[in-house]
Every structure is written in structure tokens, then in C-alpha cells.
Write a protein that binds this ligand. Structure first.
Ligand SMILES: *[C@@H]1O[C@H](CO)[C@@H](O)[C@H](O)[C@H]1NC(C)=O
Ligand SMILES: *[C@@H]1O[C@H](CO)[C@@H](O)[C@H](O)[C@H]1NC(C)=O
Ligand SMILES: *[C@@H]1O[C@H](CO)[C@@H](O)[C@H](O)[C@H]1NC(C)=O
Ligand SMILES: *[C@@H]1O[C@H](CO)[C@@H](O)[C@H](O)[C@H]1NC(C)=O
Ligand SMILES: *[C@@H]1O[C@H](CO)[C@@H](O)[C@H](O)[C@H]1NC(C)=O
Ligand SMILES: CC(=O)N[C@H]1CO[C@H](CO)[C@@H](O)[C@@H]1O
Length: 591
């Protein structure tokens, strides 16, 4: 129920002529963006996807260090669509009060986001599949803004693979009887691609958002198409080094995670069944750190997602370790669309990745470290029956990604601290900040630097997100006229110089005041610089308490009587599917 935006594939098809800004190539490529829901990078699910391997991986560049900065569906998608951190969109969860489609609308974030920017630049914008959580039978008339064509799955049926309900452009929702949701998504996408490439001249941006391999409502296992149910019967969830680890490791974990009991045989069987059912499209964490199944945690399985780009001038068959994050995609698409930088929205926190895509082998200076801010507010969840979620799951984390050193540092709302040396401990087992590991002076000095950077990134806006070291440098100068010039703070290694011990020691240690379900500025002091306390508030309406509209259906929408997705249905086109489709009645909608 709490989906993590996961597999991302961007394939840039042909090029089409179109008026463009003078600084840019007039041939503007089409952009096709495919993302699945809750797919892992580290549990090998991509190995089972042959078409993906043949069509995209072998013919594109795979980026192995791409991150979702909030490991949860709605915040992650909002962040991608606005090019901003979750702390600036304030869409911080999948449901009220943290956020969902209704909060997104009420804050007016839908008046200024990616499809609108691309449309203004002359692109045709289309979207098929799952949009933001809470686009529901009560809200379907408020079709997401900015799309020339929007065909969205409607709640509460989004996770019912055997009961596909879509609303096209805000029209009465349609039930596609007799078909599996994934087949309907495929047929719809093919029909739109035909239209876009044959029947109109604009360059286009098309998103396909699948629900697979997400679990069904209530943590029930997803339903694969009938034709795939016998595939991969022998597959089991990989026993990674941090899979169901011993008590000594669990004792080092923070907040609710340290309470996990070792997974017993029936839970392990369930995890393997879950993996098996997923076969072709797989999940997120499964048994790592004893957490049964799900996301919402800061660890590598939950935040580092598959990301592959295929297109003009993107090398084929390459693996790149250049770091990036979802909120960098909006500026990247703006650059592809030849929009002049002076016209970019002021609030973007990300940076364009286009030069990385064109030169994925170009490792920058090995001393250079990329800082990835990871954050979460409110409830963490488990999708393993018998293992419940927990409200104390707010945290602020940074990943420092470098070729010579690499770290994950996390401050939890419970006051717990975690530090992992992710170069030497990639499965994040030895918590160097934990008292049982008796942190030495060097570790403490390192944590003071990481605290300094976290103070900036946890609430950064715009340039401060791109250059957090500069904020520290300016702060140092403001506090101390003798603070040295130069690029002393340009990377972690330079900042480790003992000359700066006093400065880093003088910084307050970041701690949440308490565990809350939402982002409240006063709970997350201090702010560096002080102006970042606005948390994106200049670019959205303020919404505090709000109500999710509901309707009371008096009649149930029928499930397909049999499981769908047979071999024969593999190539059925949308026109054929439409013959059995019908509009939902007002009794079914409750309107
Ligand atoms: C490689 O990266 C460096 C550092 O970012 C940059 O200065 C240089 O222009 C890049 N080279 C190419 C070919 O993109
Ligand atoms: C395993 O643990 C779950 C959750 O605590 C429990 O419901 C189940 O009965 C246990 N199974 C076995 C075989 O002990
Ligand atoms: C959450 O953490 C706070 C602070 O440590 C603690 O007082 C509270 O009991 C915790 N809540 C739950 C439900 O465990
Ligand atoms: C974020 O949203 C919550 C809930 O809607 C609200 O209470 C809080 O004040 C907002 N925070 C900011 C910084 O806008
Ligand atoms: C639906 O039913 C609930 C419970 O009876 C009621 O509180 C609510 O007002 C109803 N909503 C609508 C839109 O009729
Ligand atoms: C879909 C596509 O472009 N496939 C190509 C992938 O790369 C191989 C080898 O270069 C080509 O043979 C395919 O046509």
C-alpha cells in the first residue's frame, strides 16, 4: 500500500523537428518514461526481465547509483514531478495528513510542474497508469492538470490486478472486464504510441506507470498474469548478507527496527512465495535487517532504485556509477526539451543529468563526493503479515557517495544515530555510531562533518541543495573572520582536516524534537541557512488539516471471475478490450 517509485527507464525514441531555443539543437527527442512500483535493484529482479534486458539494458546505460530521496510512493512521485525535495513539496506520505493527491491539489503544486513546463515548450504530454495515491472515485473528475491525455488508474481499485478501473481525462471510470491490469496498460500504451508517432507532429513526453510488482491492498501478494504464474517456480528471495541477520546486528539498529525478532520459517516461506509470485517484476526489501517486506527505510534496498536510459548519444551496454536522484529528472527533461535555463522554475532543487547520460564513463575527480539527502516522516510499514509497522519512522539521512569513501549517516526522531561505511560494509550491518562499537575519535570527527552537511541538506532549497559545502563555507566565514578561503569545504576529505575541528564542533547537532506524522518546521530546528525554514512554502499554498473526500458505494465492482492474463491475451489490442469494457454505475461509484 505504500509504494516506492522504482524501476525507471527513459527511452528517447526518434527525433522530430520543432521550434527550439537558439542555444539548443532544433531536433527535440521524444521522451518515454516507464516506471514500475516497488521494484528492487539489489534483489536481482531485473535479471528475470528478458525484454527489458534486450531492448533497454543492452541498448542503453544503466546507472547503479540512482536514488529515490523519500522511500515511499507519493512523496517520491511528487518530488520527481516538481524537481524538489520532499521537505519542499511537503508531500511526505501516501495518505492524510502527510499527503496524497488531495493535498497536492490543495497546495496548488499541480499548477506548476513538469507536464505544464513541457507543454508550454511545445511538447505533447501524456500519462498512463498509476498517478499519485488517492486519485480516487471521489476525485476522478479532477483529472491531473497539464496532460494532453491522462488515463489514470482509480482508487480503491489501483492494487486490484484483476479489476482494472481507469478514468481517461476525468471521464466516468471504465472497468476493463476480462483482462489483467498489466495487459490493459500495455494495450493502452501501444495505442497511444501509435497515435503519437503517426497521427501528430509535436515532440512528446509519455509516462507509463505500472502497479506491478506492488502488493495488493492489505499486504496480499500481487497476482501475476496467468501466463506467467508458472515461470520461475524455483526462484527464492536472495539471502543477502543482511538477510535475517543475527541478534548482534539487530541490536545496533535504531527505533522500531531493533525490536524485530528473527524471521521464523513460515515468514521465510512467505517471503520466498512473495518473491516467486513477483518473478518477472520484483519488490524492495525482503528479510533484510529482519524487516519482512516493504520500503520506507533509509537502507540501500529501499532507496537505490533501478535506472536505465536508452536514447540518442547515450552509450549502449554501459554501467555507470555516477550518482543521481529522482528530483534531477525534471531539470534533465527541461534540458532535453531545449527550454532555456532562464525559464526554469525558480524552485528546482535538482540538476540536469544530461551530460552524465552522454558521458556516463566520465568519473569526476575521485576525491569528489556526491551527497544524497534521504528523508522520511511518519509511519514505516511492513507488508509481511504478522509484522506490524510503526509510527516512529521519521529520519533524516545523507549518503556520501565517493570512489574512495562512502557513508550512510542517519538521525532518527527517536534520537538514534546510524553510521555505515558503505564502501566496506555495503549491506549496512555494522552501525559505527552505536555504543557497542565504541566510536573512536576519528569516527566522532567524521560524524561532526556529516552532521554539518546534514544540517544543510535536510532542509536545503535550490542552489543550496546542489552546493551544500558552499553553505558551510559561508557560515564559517560569517562566524569567524579567520575562516580560510578556498575550496576547503568542497569535499569531505578536505573538511576532515583538523584545522576545522573547532568549526564543526561548534555546529549544533541535528535532532528532531519528537516523532511526528508530518513535517513541522519547529520540530526540525536548526535551519542552515535560517531562510531554509520556509521549506518551499513560497512556492505552494499552506495546507494543514484537510479532508479526503469520500463516496459511499452501494454496489461492489465485480472482480474478474477468473484470473486473467492468458497467453491468448498477450497481444490483444485496446479496441478489442473496449468491447467488454463498461462505465461504472453511480451505485458503484457512490455518486
Ligand atoms: C568530465 O567531467 C569533468 C568534471 O565534471 C568535466 O569538467 C569534463 O568536461 C567532463 N568531460 C566530458 C567529456 O564531459
Ligand atoms: C512466525 O511468526 C509469526 C509472527 O509472529 C507467527 O504468526 C507465526 O505463527 C510464526 N510461525 C512459526 C512456525 O513459528
Ligand atoms: C516513539 O519514540 C518516542 C521517543 O523515543 C517514545 O517516547 C515513544 O514511546 C515511541 N512510540 C512508540 C509507539 O513506540
Ligand atoms: C506540512 O503539512 C502538514 C500537514 O498537512 C502541516 O501540518 C505542516 O505545517 C506542513 N509543513 C510545512 C513546513 O509546510
Ligand atoms: C459515507 O458514510 C459515512 C458513514 O456512514 C458518513 O460519515 C459519510 O458522511 C458518508 N459520505 C458521503 C459522501 O455520503
Ligand atoms: C530495440 C533495439 O534497438 N534493439 C537493438 C539493441 O542492440 C542490438 C545490438 O546492437 C541490436 O541488434 C538491436 O536491434
Amino acid at each position: 500500500m505504500v509504494p516506492l517509485l522504482a524501476l525507471l527507464l527513459i527511452t528517447i525514441l526518434g527525433r522530430q523537428s520543432f521550434a527550439a531555443s537558439p542555444t539548443c539543437n532544433a531536433q527535440r527527442p521524444n521522451i518515454v518514461f516507464i516506471f514500475t512500483d516497488d521494484q528492487d535493484l539489489h534483489l536481482n529482479s531485473l535479471d528475470y526481465m528478458k525484454s527489458l534486458q534486450d531492448l533497454i539494458v543492452d541498448n542503453g546505460t544503466t546507472f547503479t547509483k540512482h536514488f529515490a530521496t523519500v522511500s515511499n510512493c507519493c512523496p517520491s512521485r511528487a518530488s520527481l514531478l516538481r524537481g524538489q525535495h520532499g521537505h519542499n513539496t511537503n508531500i511526505t506520505h501516501v495518505r492524510n495528513p502527510g499527503g496524497n493527491y488531495q493535498k497536492w491539489r490543495l497546495m496548488g503544486e499541480d499548477n506548476n510542474y513538469l507536464p505544464i513546463w513541457l507543454k508550454n515548450a511545445g511538447y505533447r504530454t501524456e500519462y498512463i497508469g498509476k498517478f499519485l495515491n488517492g486519485y480516487s472515485k471521489a476525485l476522478y473528475k479532477y483529472s491531473p492538470k497539464g496532460w494532453d491525455h491522462m488515463d489514470a488508474l482509480v482508487d480503491p481499485w489501483v492494487y486490484d490486478f484483476n479489476r482494472p478501473v481507469f478514468s481517461a481525462n476525468g471521464d466516468t471510470p471504465i472497468l476493463f472486464q476480462g483482462y489483467h491490469q498489466t495487459d490493459v496498460l500495455r494495450a493502452k500504451t501501444i495505442a497511444r504510441l501509435k497515435y503519437l508517432t503517426e497521427k501528430q507532429d509535436k515532440p512528446f513526453y509519455l509516462t507509463l506507470g505500472t502497479v506491478a510488482p506492488h502488493v495488493r491492498t492489505g499486504g496480499n501478494l500481487p497476482i501475476a498474469q496467468v501466463r506467467h504464474q508458472q515461470d520461475f517456480l524455483d526462484a527464492t528471495a536472495p539471502r543477502t548478507k543482511n538477510f535475517n541477520p543475527s541478534q548482534a546486528y539487530t541490536d545496533q539498529k535504531p527505533s522500531w527496527l531493533k525490536e524485530f525478532k528473527a524471521l521464523n520459517q513460515s515468514q521465510l516461506d512467505r517471503i520466498d512465495e512473495h518473491y516467486l509470485v513477483f518473478s518477472a517484476d520484483n519488490g524492495y526489501h525482503m528479510g533484510q535487517h529482519r524487516a519482512g517486506a516493504g520500503k520506507t527505510l533509509p537502507y540501500i534496498t529501499d532507496t537505490n532504485v533501478p535506472f536505465i536510459v536508452r536514447g540518442p548519444d547515450v552509450p549502449r551496454g554501459i554501467i555507470s556509477t555516477l550518482p543521481s536522484k529522482h528530483l534531477d529528472l525534471a531539470p534533465t527533461f527541461l534540458e532535453i526539451a531545449c527550454i532555456d535555463e532562464s525559464e526554469y522554475p525558480a524552485f528546482l532543487d535538482g540538476r540536469s543529468l544530461l551530460s552524465n547520460w552522454h558521458n556516463p564513463r566520465n568519473q569526476t575527480d575521485p576525491k569528489h563526493h556526491d551527497i544524497i539527502n534521504i528523508e522520511f516522516w511518519g509511519g514505516g510499514e511492513s507488508e509481511l503479515p504478522g509484522q506490524s509497522g510503526h509510527t516512529n519512522n521519521s529520519y533524516k539521512a545523507i549518503r556520501v557517495i565517493g570512489t574512495d569513501s562512502s557513508w550512510l549517516y542517519t538521525k532518527w526522531c527517536t534520537g538514534d544515530t546510524e553510521l555505515y561505511d558503505t564502501l566496506n560494509d555495503p549491506w549496512e550491518l555494522n552501525n559505527l555510531a552505536h555504543e557497542s562499537n565504541d566510536p573512536d575519535q576519528e569516527t566522532k570527527r567524521l560524524m561532526q562533518r556529516l552532521n554539518g552537511i546534514l544540517l544543510v541538506t535536510k532542509s536545503c532549497q535550490q542552489d543550496n541543495c546542489r552546493n551544500p559545502w558552499t553553505v558551510l563555507q559561508n557560515h564559517c566565514k560569517a562566524e569567524d573572520p579567520n575562516c580560510p578561503d578556498g575550496d576547503i569545504f568542497s569535499n569531505l576529505e578536505a573538511a576532515m582536516d583538523i584545522k576545522y575541528d573547532a568549526f564543526f564542533q561548534s555546529l549544533p547537532e541535528f535532532n528532531f524534537k519528537e516523532c511526528l506524522l508530518v513535517q513541522v518546521a519547529d520540530n526540525e530546528e536548526p535551519f542552515l541557512p535560517a531562510s531554509s525554514k520556509k521549506l518551499g512554502g513560497d512556492f505552494r499554498e499552506h495546507v494543514d488539516r484537510y479532508v479526503d473526500p469520500t463516496t459511499n458505494s452501494t454496489k461492489e465492482v465485480p472482480y474478474n471471475s477468473q484470473q486473467q492474463g492468458t497467453k491468448e491475451q498477450r497481444d490483444v489490442q485496446i479496441e478489442e478490450m473496449m468491447k467488454k469494457a463498461r462505465r461504472l454505475t453511480s451505485e458503484e461509484l457512490g455518486t
